[in-house]
Design a protein around this ligand. Structure first.
Ligand code: 13P
Length: 252
């Protein structure tokens, strides 16, 4: 059975004290309201990771990073390695977020290297894919997602791939307040699962968690999560507000 997951992507928000307070508040909530078979991952800025990891004691709740470097170590000023992330106690890392692809020029090839480095260091990878508005309007959104997954993710062995979570995030829905309709999300998620099945077989496809991201909030989470191929969400803005985030987890 695949895991149901809600991951929060804090992006570049919250100073250390604010972030720690949010993490502690969420941790207390999930101690009082156990997640059972669901899982929560808080993807924080790097500087929060060690303290947040330690603060997260509720079963099923863990910390993750939002990026990592593709090299092992060395003279890469300002960068953070997968091994460093792992040493904080964090268990996951987001790779290939559209903001990294767009603002920092991260290519499919670089993302495959980052994923390899993350997996080598025992991290789980939340691998993001998704088309921009012009690609959807041009009806090439399936081709775009296929290319991103084939180049970034499908080069890995079945064992490595089984430690990857896929997040479909249509770029036109990120931070815009425009959410993909439940039907649009389901259509793409089913397509992604089909691609996984073609590459790794039915059992792996059935066990792969595919998250939806893009203006997902408490008011629309339930209808998105009700789809058979939507296994949870990757939440940006709404993950910064404790009650809103808890309601999204509740909707799962
Ligand atoms: P929003 O939920 O703010 O649209 O962001 C989604 C996202 O980019 C999560 O990674």
């Amino acid at each position: 059975m695949r895991k149901k997951i809600v991951a929060g992507n804090w992006k570049m928000n919250m100073d250390l004290n604010e972030g720690l307070a949010l993490a502690e508040g969420l941790n207390n909530h999930f101690i009082a309201n156990p997640l059972k078979d669901r899982e929560v991952i808080l993807c924080t800025p790097f500087i929060h990771l060690a303290l947040v990891s330690r603060a997260l004691t509720a079963p099923g709740v863990s910390a993750g990073a939002q990026n990592c470097n593709d090299h092992k170590s060395g003279a890469y000023t300002g960068e953070v390695s997968a091994a460093m992330i792992r040493s904080t106690g964090a268990g996951s890392v987001i790779i290939g977020h559209s903001e990294r692809r767009t603002y920092y020029g991260e290519t499919d090839e670089l993302l495959a290297s980052k994923t390899a480095e993350a997996l080598r260091n025992g991290l789980r990878v939340i691998f993001c894919c998704g088309e921009v508005l012009s690609e959807r309007e041009g009806n090439i959104h399936f081709d775009v997602v296929k290319r991103q997954l084939e180049k970034g993710l499908f080069g890995f062995s079945e064992e490595d791939f089984s430690r990857c979570i896929i997040a479909y995030e249509p770029v036109w829905a990120i931070g815009t307040g425009v959410t993909a309709s439940p039907a649009q999300a389901q259509e793409m998620h089913a397509f992604i699962r089909e691609l996984v099945e073609k590459r790794y077989g039915k059992e792996v496809a059935e066990n792969t968690t595919v998250l939806y991201g893009g203006s997902c909030k408490a008011s629309n989470a339930a209808e998105l999560f009700a789809n058979p191929d939507v296994d949870g969400g990757l939440i940006g803005g709404a993950s910064l507000v404790r009650d809103e985030f808890c309601s999204i987890v509740n909707a799962l």
